[in-house]
Ligand binder design. Structure first.
Ligand SMILES: Nc1ncnc2c1ncn2[C@@H]1O[C@H](COP(=O)(O)OP(=O)(O)OP(=O)(O)O)[C@@H](O)[C@H]1O
Ligand SMILES: [Mg+2]
Length: 261
């Protein structure tokens, strides 16, 4: 069974108050390779060839293994979001190599990059980016709609099961505006995980939340990581949260200055 079949073949338990259905994890990592992400000498400049050209990442070497939970910290302007955008295939490096799941990405065309992004990556941002006119369930089935042009029963069931996992079994029909900030972020996490990506990139996912909601959302990401075996790279300004990650990568002025566990 391939990971997608495994992920969608688990029926949702939508009985109110019933036991929470565990959503099937991604297939075990390929025993031959635990490498998920490998950056070598990655540089990023903006405004190339113009007078205001500026290099913001100056040769990044970084590896993330399958199933890791990594914090990315550093001062404002140090290049954290830029690095996430590169890892997320939203932007291309100016120089260097980015291997994702063993494949060099520099030579891929735009269409293939889009497919890779949809299959291999999930995104959570500081502001949830949920569509206000759609219900929680519809927001979580959106990736399936974009991928397949329709939402099948299996995709709907997996989305409902994930929303139950994040504690929102009773909020499937609610629109984002009817949910608290923490609940909205939990919907965003369910959406990021719905296609069982091997890597979730989260850019200050708790940056807009109070301390209590922030702790809850962080604990949820750790739980989903444990259950789904999804790797996470989480940008945070909160040292309390960074300490709860398995590894901390620190960026200062576009260079990795420290790594700790
Ligand atoms: N599209 C762009 N064009 C030009 N410069 C950019 C662009 N995006 C980012 N930069 C510059 O790159 C540097 C790094 O920005 P980045 O957003 O990656 O920092 P950050 O570490 O995420 O900061 P913060 O903690 O404030 O979110 C900054 O000097 C920023 O001005
Ligand atoms: Mg940023």
């Amino acid at each position: 069974m391939n990971p997608r079949e495994a992920a969608t073949s688990i029926p949702a338990n939508r009985a109110p108050g019933g036991p929470t259905t565990r959503v099937a994890p991604v297939a075990p990592a390929d025993a031959r390779s635990a490498e998920l992400v490998a950056l070598r000498g990655v540089r990023k400049s903006y405004n190339l060839g113009r007078p205001n050209e500026a290099e913001v990442l100056h040769g990044i070497d970084l590896e993330i293994g399958r199933g890791e939970f990594v914090a990315l910290i550093g001062p404002s302007g140090s290049g954290k979001s830029t690095l996430l955008n590169l890892l997320g295939l939203l932007e291309r490096p100016t120089a260097g190599s980015y291997r994702l799941l063993g494949q060099e990405t520099a030579t891929l065309d735009e269409r293939t990059l889009t497919l890779r992004r949809r299959e291999a990556l999930g995104f959570v941002f500081q502001f949830h980016h949920l569509l206000p006119a759609f219900s929680a369930l519809e927001n979580v089935t959106l990736p399936a709609l974009m991928r397949d042009g329709r939402v099948g029963a299996a995709a709907r069931e997996r989305a409902a099961a994930l929303l139950a996992e994040v504690g929102l079994a009773d909020a499937l029909a609610k629109r984002p505006g009817e949910l608290s900030g923490g609940m909205q972020q939990r919907v965003a996490i369910a959406r990021a995980l719905v296609h069982a990506p091997p890597l979730v990139l989260a850019d200050e996912p708790t940056g807009n939340l109070d301390r209590h909601s922030s702790d809850e959302v962080f604990a949820l990401m750790r739980r989903m990581h444990a259950e789904q075996r999804t790797a996470f790279l989480v940008v945070t300004h909160d040292p309390r949260l960074a300490e709860r990650c398995d590894r901390i990568v620190e960026l200062v002025d576009g260079r990795i200055v420290g790594e700790g566990g």
